[in-house]
Design a protein around this ligand. Structure first.
Ligand code: FAD
Ligand code: FMN
Length: 771
């Protein structure tokens, strides 16, 4: 085949090497606009795993890189006058120039034609090529030329960064955080050869502008950074090697992804590779890894399908299909890490102590979890767990401290023994609102299963507040007796606490039981619905009546009565349900609140009625008992609430005396499209907790102890609510404790003889799975 690579960065050069190795009869040319020794940037870093991959594909290149690279294991944080270091992270740093020279030399040795100092205008300059690799970097001209085909999606991020170097040497991947009068700057630092260290400085746009850096040239910017980091640089200078760039040397990261990766131009197949088709932020240091792995995958597929021109279309289809998945996964992690650095100044730097800040930084991509950290550096994690447990008020033995999810947590006069909540879940099994035997067994067994706090299902404040005729209620004296029986059982037989979620269905009421048709309106015996505005939930649902002042007063009275009844029944905490499109939520969301009075329009107006009800509940609920508020932090629908609105609501509820915000999302508008994934709602809990300064509950796809520990330890939430896993396993908490080998949690005394057999069998099956 005749192959031309446009652009001689890591992608183009490495693909040329691998294809020439696969079949030396291929004619391979790399065309590069720069001279061989002319490059931007300083060092690049990638993980040990990338090196292993390279070794398997071309031992010679890997060996040359290994000789030239700097290897280190540690990550060091310098923050608020403290230095914290953890090990086991395994990175390789190499000068970009050095790496390109190694790849160039290997190309020459294998007979790849290298053409330097040639600017390529178009792929059509190579009409004889069977395959053209557009490895021309982030500003790919070839990608722009076929924009209609590739459909690039390019997002410019808000932070500014400058890529500098220094001769001050650091023996760890080091991060500095420095506060100025306008905000925070951070530096990402890694040594890449005997004399030089990469020094990337980053700050939000508004901080950058406030310092006038938008008007500084490169030298002035360098002088500013030298002053800012003077005590770390200890007399060393910062250097730029991007003087050829015009204007400010400060850049904004651009995240690139493409819909389609290849195109037939009439003569040749053109395929995008490396930064031309996808970018990953330097916070995760994987741009070069992705470029190299693209080259590996495309070569592998030619090896598998056949490396002759007729196979090119199939190979390129498979290349996109396979690589797209890996790339998206990595881009997600890179996005998380990038966002962490974008918001850390506003969210974490001022609020978190250095220990927790370090933990938060290490887990920023959310690919590294609590148990990963244990594998990387057990002694650091042990120390952190000890620190966390002490902060939670636990008397810690020197060699054993509980993992974060097994530490207690207090709000007002309530202390829960651990951080796991059985999330509220409607069971549709009550008769006229009465929680019966099913509920008794349901809550009883979950209380015995180790969770620290159980929430009841949404218990409705009046008969017409119910979602279905099977929903539990808190509006008749019998309800108090029925719930008291459950509350007493929980208190007498377990260390768990129990809370009642109170709500009103609003426009989502008068529907069938879930298993008879979720959200489907009752055909007979439906009751009248009320809501913020007269909008049906489904097109064929009953149209609710817009609430008048009298309705508002009545419903507020119902909530107050239910609150008093919950206190009478002995509940430890209340949750005010303002989520998921029910009555209170229908006020909060602009999608469902179209009112023209004081209760519609701006955020303060939309929150006004829920806040009135909350204040009335708070006034009659015992002062030493807390109230949580659950709302949908994102409507996942255009025109609906987003995270910004959730922050505003959290501030309002905090000011009104809410103790903790339970951060759910969605179910407000039919046709919403949530972005699901592991712990997918936790970012809302994180943002509200650290920007508003109120405790939060994370919920949604938290299904392993490792998730809960990572969330709690990093300070992204204070408690984790776990719903569906508790339907599958009432003993979820005890079983997860066994899975992470934590013995410090007690089983009910009646069940103790089952424990050691369970733990032994689990250990065996985990060991078997690991082999
Ligand atoms: C601040 C910063 C830090 C980074 N740190 C890391 C890191 O630690 N680890 C990591 O893995 N990655 C890192 N990266 C990303 C990494 O540099 C890129 O992801 C990687 O270089 C992509 O390789 P590539 O071959 O696709 O593109 P490039 O390396 O950009 O190569 C493209 C080549 O094409 C040439 N070219 C472009 N247009 C033409 C044309 N019209 N004619 C001829 N030649 C052309 C260019 O001169 C260039 O040599 C970092 C990036 C930045 C900005
Ligand atoms: C069967 C079922 C019933 C639910 N009922 C309620 C409810 O009454 N009140 C509420 O706020 N959330 C309710 N939810 C939502 C859960 O509390 C939780 O937020 C959601 O299931 C996500 O958590 P998970 O991924 O752990 O299941 C219910 C969920 C399920 C599965």
């Amino acid at each position: 085949m005749r192959i031309v690579c446009i652009g001689g960065g890591p992608a183009g050069l490495y693909f040329a090497i691998l294809m020439k190795k696969l079949n030396p009869t291929h004619s391979v040319t790399v065309v590069e606009r720069n001279k061989p020794y002319d490059t931007f940037g300083w060092g690049v870093v990638f993980s040990d795993a990338t090196m292993d991959n390279m070794r398997a594909w071309d031992a010679e290149t890997a060996e040359a890189i290994e000789i030239a690279f700097n290897h280190w294991d540690d990550i060091e944080l310098r923050f608020k006058g403290r230095t914290i270091r953890s090990g086991g992270h395994g990175f390789v740093g190499i000068g970009r120039k050095k790496m390109l020279n190694i790849l160039q030399a290997r190309c020459e040795a294998l007979g790849v034609e290298l053409v330097f100092e040639q600017e390529v205008e178009s792929d059509l300059q190579f009409p004889d090529a069977d395959l053209i690799i557009a490895s021309d970097g982030i500003n790919s001209r070839i990608r722009s030329r076929y924009e209609d085909v590739f459909k690039p999606d390019i997002v410019t991020r808000p932070n500014r960064y400058i890529w500098l170097g220094t001769n001050k040497l650091f023996d760890a991947f080091t991060f500095f955080f420095e506060k100025t009068e306008h905000g925070w700057f951070q530096a990402h630092i890694y040594k890449f050869d005997e004399n030089t260290t990469t020094f990337i400085i980053e700050t939000p746009e508004h901080v950058w502008q406030a310092h006038g850096l938008d008007r500084f040239d490169t030298d002035q910017s360098i002088a500013f950074c030298e002053r800012l980091f003077a005590h770390h640089l200890e007399g060393h200078r910062l250097m730029s090697n991007a003087r050829h760039l015009r204007g400010s040397a400060w850049l904004n990261f651009q995240r690139v992804k493409c819909d389609r990766w290849h195109h037939f131009n009439g003569r040749s197949h053109v395929v995008l590779m490396g930064d031309a088709v996808h970018t990953a932020h330097f916070a995760i240091g994987s741009g070069t890894k992705l470029a190299l792995e693209d080259a590996i995958e495309l070569t592998r597929l030619f090896g598998e399908e056949g490396d002759t021109p007729e196979h090119i279309p199939d190979v390129l289809e498979r290349y996109q299909a396979v690589r797209n998945i890996d790339v998206l996964r990595l881009q997600n992690a890179a996005w998380n890490a990038m966002e962490w650095f974008e918001v850390c100044g506003e969210r974490y730097c001022d609020t978190l102590e250095p220990e927790q800040f370090m933990y938060s930084m290490l887990t920023r991509s959310q690919r590294i979890s609590h148990e990963n950290l244990r594998l990387r550096d057990q002694s650091w994690l042990d120390g952190y767990e000890r620190w966390f447990a002490q902060r939670a008020g636990v008397q810690v033995a020197p060699d054993a401290s509980p993992p974060p999810m097994f530490t207690p947590f207090s709000l007002r006069g309530l202390t829960v023994p651990n951080r796991v909540i059985v999330s509220p879940m409607a069971m549709y099994s009550a008769e006229d609102g009465v929680a019966g035997d099913f509920h008794f067994v349901h809550f009883g067994s979950r209380a015995l299963g180790g969770a620290g706090l159980l929430y009841t299902e949404m218990s409705c404040v009046s008969p017409d507040a119910r979602i279905t005729s099977g929903c539990a209620g808190m509006y008749k004296p019998e309800h108090v007796d029925a719930w008291r029986r459950i509350v007493d059982f929980v208190h007498t037989n377990s260390p768990a606490k129990i809370g009642m979620q109170l709500g009103h269905a609003g426009r989502k009421g008068a529907t069938k039981l879930a298993w008879e048709g979720m959200d489907e309106p009752l055909e007979a015996a439906a009751w009248e619905l009320i809501s913020a505005s007269p909008l049906p939930y489904l097109p064929h649902s009953q149209v609710p009546r817009e609430m008048a002042r009298a309705d508002m007063d009545r419903v507020k009275g119902d909530f107050v009565r239910a609150t008093k009844m919950a206190a009478e029944a002995g509940f430890d905490i209340l949750e005010f349900h303002c989520a998921h499109g029910y009555l209170m939520s229908s006020f909060l969301s602009p999608l469902t609140n179209r009112r023209q009075d004081d209760y519609g329009g701006a955020i303060e107006n939309r929150a006004r009625y829920p806040l009135e009800v909350f204040a009335a509940m708070r006034a009659v609920w015992p002062a030493d008992k807390p109230i949580s508020v659950r709302f949908s932090c994102h409507d996942w629908f255009p025109g609906g609430n987003t995270g910004d609105d959730a922050v505003a609501f959290a501030r309002l509820f905090k000011a009104a005396g809410a103790d903790i915000i339970d951060c759910s999302s969605g179910q407000v508008w039919k046709g919403d499209s949530p972005v699901y994934g592991r712990m997918y709602q936790t970012p809302f809990a994180d943002r509200i907790r650290n920007e508003v300064g109120i405790p939060t509950i994370a919920v949604g796809a938290i299904f392993e102890a490792d998730h809960a520990n990572s969330i709690i330890a990093s300070g992204r939430a204070d408690l984790c609510a776990v719903a569906r896993p508790h339907l599958a396993d009432p003993m979820w908490t005890l079983h997860e404790a066994a899975r992470i080998d934590f013995a410090g949690v007690e089983w009910p005394k009646q069940y103790v003889s089952g424990r050691s057999q369970y733990e032994t069998n689990l250990r065996r099956s985990l060991a078997l799975a690991a082999t």
